[in-house]
Design a protein around this ligand. Structure first.
Ligand SMILES: [Zn+2]
Ligand SMILES: [Zn+2]
Length: 342
């Protein structure tokens, strides 16, 4: 009989022992760990702000401050942790490890009284240098199905993005829409195109500045409302990026639209052309199915709960873990109607 140290509340909040909750709110828990800032991990953040101590990496903390404005900067309950440095909080020893999913993203490990180790993968890319070592694991299930095996590398996907944007720029500006993290990866790839500067909103520029502070080499971009930005747009030779809160124009008369998707649906080809003027490129920031299995093996977990609240394939994945790895695995019992996140 497995003792229930881990679980997932209907709200999507992940329970790691009696004190710690991740990526959600519950009034009985004093501490929230925030793995990263994608929307499907931000449930009830406002309530947590008022009632909990919130631990995250410094990059995540800065992105939260930039999104939720200055009052967070002065709050004592938003606390940053360095990767790989454990901290005692009440009766739990908590630690964040890199997850390589987006800037600041983390896996969470918690050591409970008696030495039991529990953890949450968060969203993660594979391979990783270091995986949390735990007895019990809550696992992201985005690519939890055996159909989800990618046959191209992320370097190949990035090379394809560069090629397609270079081609399309011959016919006018390129408009790129994406989620956070994926978008900045796209900017990093495309800033090497000479003579075609990138143009962004103020909000996106503030976000990109944080990426730069944390070592992302993104350059050659301009604020849309600046004098240079206006001139660049007049010239017609530019790449425009649209991030969170930026609306794509309803009609793009001139140029090409590229959606950078964090999900791949065609596992052979990252590029899907809708027409000559619109396409989608998948720059995934999640491990594929085989990566997920490798991750679970590397964690040492003997009991796994697959996350059924954030989309993906929790039921399939728990079955595969039982069949292929002989691990006691169950999907979280609560299924909610949240949209697929990233
Ligand atoms: Zn994510
Ligand atoms: Zn997610």
């Amino acid at each position: 009989m497995i003792n229930n140290y881990i679980g997932i509340f209907p709200s999507g909040a992940i329970k790691l022992g009696p004190d710690i909750i991740c990526d959600g709110f519950h009034r009985d828990y004093r501490v929230r760990m925030q793995t990263h800032i994608h929307d499907d991990h931000m449930y009830d953040f406002e309530r947590s702000k008022g009632h909990q101590d919130i631990y995250s990496t410094d990059a995540t903390r800065r992105l939260l401050i930039s999104e939720f404005n200055a009052d967070l900067l002065y709050r004592q309950n938003l606390i940053s942790l360095e990767y790989n440095v454990p901290k005692r909080v009440g009766n739990s020893l908590i630690e964040l490890l890199p997850a390589d999913h987006m800037i600041g993203s983390a896996q969470v490990a918690v050591e409970l009284v008696g030495g039991i180790r529990v953890g949450y993968s968060g969203d993660f890319q594979w391979p990783l240098d270091k995986v949390i070592q735990v007895d019990q694991l809550v696992l992201d299930s985005t690519y939890g199905s055996p159909d989800s095996i990618r046959q191209y590398s992320q370097d190949e996907a990035e090379a394809q993005l560069l090629k397609i944007v270079q081609e399309k720029l011959r016919f006018g500006p390129v408009h790129i829409k994406s989620h956070r993290g994926t978008l900045q990866r796209g900017m990093q790839v495309l800033c090497e195109i000479n003579n075609y500067p990138m143009v962004v909103s103020r909000r996106l520029s503030d976000e990109v500045e944080i990426y730069r502070q944390f070592g992302y080499p993104i350059e050659n971009y301009y604020l849309i409302e600046s004098c240079e930005g206006k001139e660049i747009v007049q010239s017609d030779r530019y790449i425009r990026f649209y991030g969170k809160g930026d609306r794509l124009p309803t009609e793009i008369r001139h140029g090409t639209t590229v959606v950078l998707s964090a999900f791949s649906t065609d596992h052979k080809n990252p590029v899907l052309e809708y027409s000559e003027k619109a396409c989608r490129v998948a720059l995934t920031d999640h491990a594929d199915f085989e990566g997920v299995l490798d991750y679970v093996r590397a964690s040492g977990a003997s009991y796994v709960v697959t996350d059924n609240t954030r989309g993906g394939h929790a039921v399939d994945l728990s079955r595969e873990l039982r069949d292929r790895l002989g691990i006691n695995a169950v999907p979280s019992i609560y299924e909610t109607s949240h949209e697929w996140g990233v």
